[in-house]
Ligand binder design. Sequence first.
Ligand code: ADP
Length: 594
Amino acid sequence: MLGSRFLWKVYAGYAAVILLTAVVVGVLVVRGFDRDLTDQIQTSLHSEALLLENIARPYVDAPTDSAFQHRVWMLGARSNTRLTVIAADGRVLADSREDPAIMDNQRNRPEIIAALSKGVGVSKLFSSSLGGTAMYVAVPVVKEGTVAGFVRVAEPLLALEQRRGAVRGVVLLGTALAVAMALLIGLLLARNYTRPLVDMTAAARAVAAGDFNHPLRIDRKDEIGELAGALNAMTVQLRSQIDTITAERNVTFAILASMVEGVMAVDRNDIVVHVNSAAEAILGIDAATAQGRRIWEVTRVREVSEALTDAMKEDRVRVSEARIAKAQNDQVIQLIGSPLKNANGERVGAVVVLHDVSDLRQLEGMRRDFIANISHELKTPLAAIRGLVETLIDDPQMDPETHRRFIEKIHDQSQRLSSLVTDLLTLSRLESDQGGVQFEALDLREPVAESYRAQVHAAESKRVGIAARVADAPVPVEGDSEAIRELVDNLLSNAIKFTPEGGRVDVRLAVEGPNAVLTVEDTGIGIAPEDQGRVFERFYRVDKARSRQLGGTGLGLSIVKHVALAHGGNVALRSSPGRGSTFQVQIPLRRTAG
Ligand code: ADP
């Protein structure tokens, strides 16, 4: 508290006023007293002089008279003053302290000159006979209109000096006491007024430092009390506003943090001010270290810094794309940069939204490939049919044997076209969102048995042994019997196709835990490990020529996979080249009530 600069500033001024006042008052009092005392002495000396003038009048122009002298001496002794009677020419006629005969002529004494000209003369001079400074008051003795001489009364000023000293002492002591009290009271008052200010300063500092928990005590009803009240109200208001802003900011951050898209913002100087977690993941950076640094120091993906700086420079939304090398597949990121503006519409930075479009681009690629594949697959049999038909038209004389072979080839090719179109239709039906698959309660043994029966003949004519082992009890599933038939057909026909003469195909349907498990195992050519992951892709075939020759479309296994997934199941493959393959499909059993 006593360290408050404000207190001392207020107090210094106050103390200066008090001291100045004390000095001025002290000096004025002492001076006034001096003057009063001198006036008093002068007045009494003047009265005495007038009395003496009366007494001396008969003697001033008479020859020296010892009786008169004695009288003057006696008068002087009684009154403690020195009385002098002086002739008009300055000679001393009588004196109460000294012998007039040895005294100097007094004509040129200042009080005598003044008495002559003004009627009364006063002077302060040193007097050895009075032992110090003395006051002299002289008046002329007027006789018949002319100045016949002078009388003079003198009194030593020693007593005056002493009284003045005493008065000065009292005045000094009184003033000192008053000053001391005034200073003390002043200090207490100043403290009383500056303490709330000091408290308020501390409170304001605390608020500035974010501490809102120390409201000021309000125990005064004056303006300072009102100020403290206003400060408290302001603190409460500020706190609620900061709370609101913090809550809003948290919501914004939560939204940004939970966004799938990456968001990154920079200020006008390209300094990163925000990075959300998606942007961290996409760009492989850390938000904490990125913030406060320049964008080009933070990421080496040039397109990101360009998107931000260009959006800021050009003041428009700017869309671009960047390819980011990743361990497995490159990531394709769409960048949408836009300028950031404040409430006044001034550009204060830029924000870029990073949108991972890798899947989209991959899908687009797949779609393009798919269309190219379909066109190619359709074109091959069509071209063959066209060539055969043209030859038939051009050569009406063709021998019947060749003619029959041509017709058979045309038949084969059109069959191929037909199965291709059928497979495509099946795939598109499985992929269509609405009504693609018709679910109903069914016993899985039925479509499996139907399909098996349909394929037995093909196996036997190829001399491939085929056997089925199916569960005794019903295998209830929720499914689309037609789609499941397609699945089994494809697995069985593949197994038969890719198993050479003398080989075996085994079909098993069993219940394992919550699933129905269909296994199709063959002792055929098998699939190399590097192809095993890809055989389920559309149009993927290990050996294209062989597949075509065997009437394959390259869509069979993708239909299998689709059907399994559409039923909430999956398909797995185990195979070793030259020894055979095992496809296993799992489909969840239907949960019966109870
Ligand atoms: P495809 O119409 O050619 O049979 P799929 O999609 O049914 O087309 O099969 C894709 C490829 O997987 C086949 O071309 C073949 O190379 C391989 N494949 C499928 N089943 C078997 C199997 N049981 N044994 C060996 N290879 C198989």
